[in-house]
Design a protein around this ligand. Structure first.
Ligand SMILES: Cc1cc2nc3c(=O)[nH]c(=O)nc-3n(C[C@H](O)[C@H](O)[C@H](O)COP(=O)(O)OP(=O)(O)OC[C@H]3O[C@@H](n4cnc5c(N)ncnc54)[C@H](O)[C@@H]3O)c2cc1C
Length: 419
């Protein structure tokens, strides 16, 4: 693709709005394809918040091909298993092998990683030359050749296409879809604990999930094993004015998990400062492209974190979009964006719905009290790892390459069949 017409000194083929996981991965994928791009990030010092993320093989195989495998491996942890445990007695209830089993089954690792460190790895790989920080997009105009972007700083930029990778509060989506966030009825507390304070968690690395009455708790090691990250979900009411994120109150968090097993109680008591998120997603869009603008990552399909797939899907989006743009050769950017949408929208819609439904497995009904009999069903299915093939076995790059070799299907010229 070539740069759009306009001021040659400040133009690029692709302008990416948002330097989060989606935007930075797209920059890497476009560079590999030889497509010129510039990433605009509103924060002066993009950092990524201090909490954990699970990265599954559907994303790690793509990140490896983008050249960040070693840097990622150096900061990540390879958990040996995901184990469901009793909320009241910590008894193991069900186990899904990860570690070597995941590598054998899917040919790529399952990692847990500190979000800030993943962000750093991506930023280093992209390089300062392609990333402009302190640039908040405020307005844009689209014409038949491209997009003219305007930033709060007064800077302007001309691009052949603009990609809104600006997260769940996306301004690009606001204009395209005009929809509002949907509150889930839950909030999550996230925090980090130095591993030496929790010898039981630092021993064999695993993802521990305690499904409980109306809430659940997840923890796993990050930062090459030096810290334990946790996510504690609790029911919440929300008022219109309340901010989505805030400092969490450790006393409120402790009270929400009173009566839980001693390991869980110690984990929460050992945390330093905690942050609290009111969990929102949005309704599934039926379209997320115009001829010269597309959404990517959370801007396109914000999902509840209960399948741990939001960032993984952002990586899949980025690689797919880069392949679509590169294989159309820049002659027909609108067609490339439509192919990207048709490849990604049905899959991400399915996962968005799955994430909403996952509380059925994670939250047991009824108030905290005597445990109901029997273990809860394993959200990853009785067949364990193999049952995760549709998610973890998916190779977004292979799918996109194959689609771009085939003739344009009728769907690519109309809206995708998603209800
Ligand atoms: C509690 C919790 C746990 C999670 N756990 C997991 C997990 O285990 N695994 C997983 O895969 N996912 C997980 N996720 C989801 C994951 O964090 C997101 O899906 C992912 O970070 C989305 O990346 P993104 O780049 O699309 O958006 P973001 O990370 O939000 O990045 C958007 C970027 O755009 C910038 N921006 C915004 N507006 C503008 C503007 N106007 N101009 C310029 N820049 C702008 C922002 O500053 C930001 O840097 C979790 C989410 C939560 C809340």
């Amino acid at each position: 693709m070539s740069a759009a017409r306009g001021n040659a000194e400040d133009s690029s083929a692709v302008a990416v709005v948002g330097g989060g996981i989606a935007g930075l991965t797209l920059a890497l994928a476009l560079r590999r394809e030889g497509v010129d791009c510039t990433v605009f990030e509103r924060s002066p010092e993009p950092a990524g918040s201090g909490a954990g993320l699970q990265l599954a093989p559907n994303a790690t195989r793509l990140l490896r091909r983008l050249g960040v495998a070693d840097a990622l491996h150096a900061v990540a942890v390879l958990p040996r298993a995901l184990r469901l445990r009793g909320w009241d007695d910590d008894r193991p209830l069900a186990t899904t092998a990860l570690g070597a089993a995941c590598l054998r089954t899917f040919g790529a690792p399952y990692y847990t990683v500190h979000r800030g460190q993943l962000h750093h790895v991506l930023r280093e790989a992209v390089g300062a030359g392609r990333l402009r920080t302190g640039q908040r997009l405020t307005a844009w105009t689209e014409d038949e050749d491209g997009v003219c972007l305007t930033f709060a700083s007064g800077a302007r930029h001309r691009a052949g296409v603009m990609i809104g990778a600006d997260g769940v509060h996306s301004v690009v989506r606001a204009r395209m879809a005009g929809d509002t966030p949907v509150f889930s009825g839950s909030s999550v507390y996230r925090g980090l604990v130095p591993a030496e304070r929790l010898p039981w968690a630092a021993g064999e690395p695993e993802i521990r999930v305690w499904p409980g009455p109306g809430r659940h708790l997840v923890c796993y090691p990050v930062s090459a094993g030096r810290e334990i990250s946790f996510t504690a979900t609790v029911p919440a009411a929300v008022s219109g004015e309340e901010s989505w994120t805030a400092d969490g109150d450790p006393a409120e968090l402790a009270a929400a998990y009173r009566g839980w097993n001693p390991a869980a109680v110690r984990l929460l008591a050992a945390a330093g400062p905690v942050r609290r998120w009111l969990l929102h997603d949005r309704e599934i869009l039926t379209d997320w492209v115009t001829p010269r603008v597309a959404l990517l990552g959370d801007a396109a399909h914000p999902m509840l974190p209960f399948l741990a797939q939001g960032a993984n899907q952002a990586v899949e989006d980025a690689v797919t979009l880069a392949v679509c743009l590169a294989r159309t050769g820049g002659d027909d950017a609108p067609a490339a964006l439509r192919r990207y949408r048709d490849l990604r929208l049905p899959r991400t819609a399915l996962i968005q719905r799955g994430a909403r439904g996952a509380t059925r497995f994670l939250h047991r009904p009824g108030p905290a009290g005597p445990r109901a009999s029997g273990p809860p069903p394993d959200p990853r299915g009785p067949a364990g790892l193999r049952a995760m093939s549709p998610l973890y076995g998916y190779d977004a790059e292979e799918v996109a390459e194959k689609a771009m070799r085939e003739p344009v299907p009728w769907r690519a010229v109309s809206r995708p069949p998603v209800s």
